[in-house]
Design a protein around this ligand. Structure first.
Ligand SMILES: CSC[C@@H](O)[C@@H](O)C(=O)COP(=O)(O)O
Length: 354
């Protein structure tokens, strides 16, 4: 039986609202929630009800469109002012995943030259729908590109959740895994649990079991031993931001990359062009630091003394020399070698938009 495609974020311009799968409750509770205001949406993003770089891009884009639809203003400048300040509120939710800013800016740019409020509303809806449709198409294209790095029989390690739940559909790292499964390759996956918020344990395993893909859950500290035993053929992870010299992804990714290099295992990143921030370098990126309580407690259960100091960065940077390739909708690239090609491709996309 084929499952319905998993679509964690839907935009309903006629209501107007944004519907999303509440990811903090999975896997025990599958609940679809609705954001009707920008503060509602911002709150859902901050507490990771909506999460994952491409999904954040969709949320940002749809959020600006939602703001355009619900804003009541007497003049176009007043209207644009209100939408701009809602966009700023969304920008402040999470600092690392660049797709959030890409989605917000895509819709803002589309409405800026409007002559009337009605025109701006209609442009905002079209642009938000474009962000979602493009992400769906892109993830399927990434999946196809990635087929060449997944041999039949591959045992794949992944970290965090770079699946359909992190995108509009299909996924990036899990998109490659899904495409390999769909192409009839006999693959199996080790999903790292991904402390402290367990996106791997809760979300990746749930997605893969749902699709009938062979998955085994391990704690993050078990990955190195599996690599040493020769039980991993390839590592594939997603990305939150790719700069000229590093890939930012969920905390723990760097550790897997170092281990993979030691054991000569290929280490791939799967991400759309919208995750590249190619003009920046590692030092320029803000890594989100989250609430210490996320480490002292796991889903309400105490895991450390209430007064113990905690360091809780949500992401780490993996230097590009540890990465075998970046699987995108346009092919597989390596950095720094292909940085100019990436710049050209992004310029080309910008030209198409204007
Ligand atoms: C396709 S999504 C890739 C990344 O966004 C994912 O690996 C990740 O780090 C998500 O972090 P999260 O904090 O859950 O938003």
């Amino acid at each position: 039986m084929t499952m319905e495609p998993l679509r964690p974020i839907l935009f309903h311009p006629h209501i107007p609202s944004i519907e999303y799968i509440e990811q903090t409750l999975l896997p025990d509770i599958y609940e679809v929630r609705t954001a009707r205001t920008i503060p509602d949406l911002a709150e859902a993003i901050k507490r990771l009800g909506i999460r994952g770089a491409p999904a954040l891009g969709c949320a940002g884009g749809c959020g600006v469109a939602l703001s355009a639809l619900i804003t009541k203003a007497d003049s176009l400048p007043e209207f644009l002012d209100q939408v701009g300040s809602d966009a700023d509120l969304l920008r402040k939710t999470r600092p690392t995943a660049v797709n959030l800013f890409y989605g917000i800016d895509h819709v803002l740019t589309a409405i800026m030259s409007s002559q009337t409020i009605e025109e701006a509303k209609s442009r905002a809806v079209d642009a938000a729908e474009e962000v979602i449709d493009a992400d769906r198409r892109t993830c399927h294209a990434i999946g196809k590109t990635g087929l060449e790095v997944i041999p039949d029989g591959a045992r794949i390690l992944t970290h965090c959740n770079a699946g359909a739940l992190a995108c509009a559909e299909w996924g990036t790292a899990l998109g490659v895994i899904r495409s390999a499964h769909e192409a009839g390759k006999n693959i199996s996956v080790y999903a790292c649990e991904t402390r402290p918020l367990l996106q791997g344990a809760r979300l990746t395993t749930w997605e893969l079991l749902r699709d009938g893909i062979d998955v085994t859950l391990i704690t993050d500290s078990m990955a190195a031993v599996l690599m040493r035993k020769g039980a991993i053929d390839v590592v594939i992870v997603g990305a939150d931001r790719i700069v000229s010299d590093a890939v930012f992804n969920k905390i723990g990714t760097y550790m897997h990359a170092v281990c993979a290099q030691t054991h000569t295992i290929p280490f791939y990143v799967a991400a759309p062009l919208s995750t590249f921030d190619e003009e920046s370098c590692e030092d320029m990126v803000i890594i989100e630091e989250r609430d210490p309580q996320e480490v002292r407690k796991v889903r309400g259960c105490v895991t450390g003394p209430d007064n113990v100091p905690v360091w809780n960065p949500a992401f780490d940077a993996t230097p590009v020399h540890l990465i075998s390739g970046i699987i995108t909708e346009y092919g597989i690239f390596t950095l720094p070698r292909d940085i100019e090609t990436i710049k050209q491709l992004k310029k080309g996309k910008d030209m198409q938009r204007h």
